[in-house]
Each structure stands twice: as C-alpha cells, then as structure tokens.
Design a protein around this ligand. Structure first.
Ligand code: NI
Length: 268
C-alpha cells in the first residue's frame, strides 16, 4: 500500500466520526490554503497482538523508521515517533497503554479485549483503519475504564484508528502562528482543548501545538448506542533549531495535554 493511499483511507475513516475536521479543512481551503498533514497519532494496548512491536513492521513497510521514544508515566503510556523516508510525508506518533499498571479490575477488562485478538491479526497497514479488533464492550465497562484511564476507555470503544490528524501551521500562509489559528477557530465556533493552556509548547521547545476538543460521536456498545468523545484535529507549528533544522520530534509535555482532547471531563 502506498503511503498516500494509507492516509486517504485513514482520513476517510476519521472524518466519519470527526465532522469538525472536514469543516475546518474546508474553511482553510476557502482561504486559499493548501493543507499539509504534520502527523497522525494512534493508540493501542501494550502486550497484545496489536502492540507497538506488531504494528511497527507495517509502518516500516510504508517507509517509516523509528525516531524517538516518549514516556507518559502518569498516564501509564509510552510512545514512539516515526519519520518517513520522504520528509514531506506525515510523521506518525504511536502510543501504547500498559494496562498492567491499571487497577486489577480494569487490567482484567483490557485483557478480556486483547485475548479476543488472534495472534496473527496484523496482516497489513489496513489494521490501522480496520474494524474494532474485539467485540463491542458494554457502556458500563467503557465508563469504568475511562474513569481510571480516559485513554483505555477511548481505545476500548474506538479501537485502532487515527486518533487525530494535524494541520501543519508552517504550511499555512494566511495564519502564521498557533494563536492566529486558535483565534480563527474560536471565531468559527470551534471549542479548543484548554488543558495546560490553549497553546502547548513554546518556540524554545521548537514545537507549538493546539487542538480541538474531540467531536462527540455515537458508538455501538454491546448494550446499545451511546455518544462519547471521538477524534479531534490538531495544529502544529515547528521551529528551527540552532543548526537551522526544522524540529522533527514531539514534546512529551505537549503530548501529555493533547491526550486530554478526548477526555469527557474537559467538556465545557
Ligand atoms: Ni498530535
């Protein structure tokens, strides 16, 4: 599968539950902007047939290589970034949850999900935009997971998919800073993730980011449909380091707050 076909399939799945992304995309296009995707992010469960170890060969097959590792111990997450051989291709941020660090009841809930996944489940990059790898959970199980780990709840309901796409602010011409992008989004009526401030990171960090709050979307739980936070859109401005290189990595402190864009408790 070619990288552009991969991202087209991810985007098609993403906008089904994230209509705000399509609206923002259209609003920026109407201003004459050409949109460049800085990165997408995926979430998964560690120690499972869909953990990083199983997924990374699929990224490598698309032309990606490992760049850096990140640790989010307060959220029981670790993550890595992957860069493409073609620097114009989107970066990939792949995190995984160490569910063995959750309460025993929630650890058991996650194990009951991953034990449903065949060992050879990952057969190609389409795993990143395929159907839920386990049977739908009950809404009560989702709530129990999300109360301890918003990430675990989200992942139990949504499975593997692009958690967010990211507009490269560097590639915009009419909006030059993250603050200008945020003002534009506010004027258009979008709600931004205010956790840790509207702008995560500074020029000194070499990466400034903001994000919308996730759209609410319907999930078919095993005991009926319910509306919960789905996916969101991010905005990233990268700065040059002292050698003149545009910073290619991620900033853990920023990402720690970006994760909260799907948190039920952050809704106004
Ligand atoms: Ni991101």
């Amino acid at each position: 599968m070619r990288t552009d076909a991969f991202f087209s399939a991810l985007w098609a799945q993403f906008i089904q539950v994230t209509p705000q992304a399509q609206r923002i995309h259209a609003l920026l296009r109407d201003r004459g902007e050409t949109l460049v995707n800085d990165h997408v992010a995926f979430r998964t469960f560690a120690n499972s047939p869909v953990d990083r170890e199983h997924l990374v060969p699929q990224l490598e097959g698309l032309g990606y290589h490992h760049h850096e590792d990140y640790d989010f111990s307060s959220k029981h997450l670790s993550a890595s970034s992957y860069l493409h051989d073609d620097p114009s291709a989107p970066k990939v941020f792949l995190s995984e949850l160490h569910d063995d660090r959750l309460r025993p009841d929630n650890h058991a809930r996650v194990r009951a999900l991953v034990e449903q996944i065949p060992a050879n489940f990952v057969q190609g990059p389409q795993v990143f935009h395929g159907p839920l790898p386990w049977a739908p959970v009950t809404f009560a199980d989702y709530e129990a997971l999300a109360d301890e780990s918003e990430y675990a709840g989200w992942l139990s309901a949504w499975g593997l998919r692009a958690n967010h796409f990211t507009v490269s602010v560097n590639a915009l011409t009419s909006l030059r800073t993250v603050a200008e992008v945020n003002d534009f989004l506010h004027q258009q009526g979008f709600t931004l993730n205010a956790a840790g401030g509207l702008i995560k990171g500074t020029a000194a960090d070499l990466l400034e980011q903001s994000s919308t709050l996730a759209d609410q979307a319907s999930v078919a739980f095993s005991d009926g449909p319910r509306t919960i936070p789905g996916c969101f859109y991010e905005f990233a401005l990268r700065h040059r380091d002292s050698s003149g290189t545009l910073y290619p990595g991620f900033v853990a402190a920023n990402a720690n707050k970006i994760f909260e864009s799907t948190d039920r408790r952050n809704r106004p």
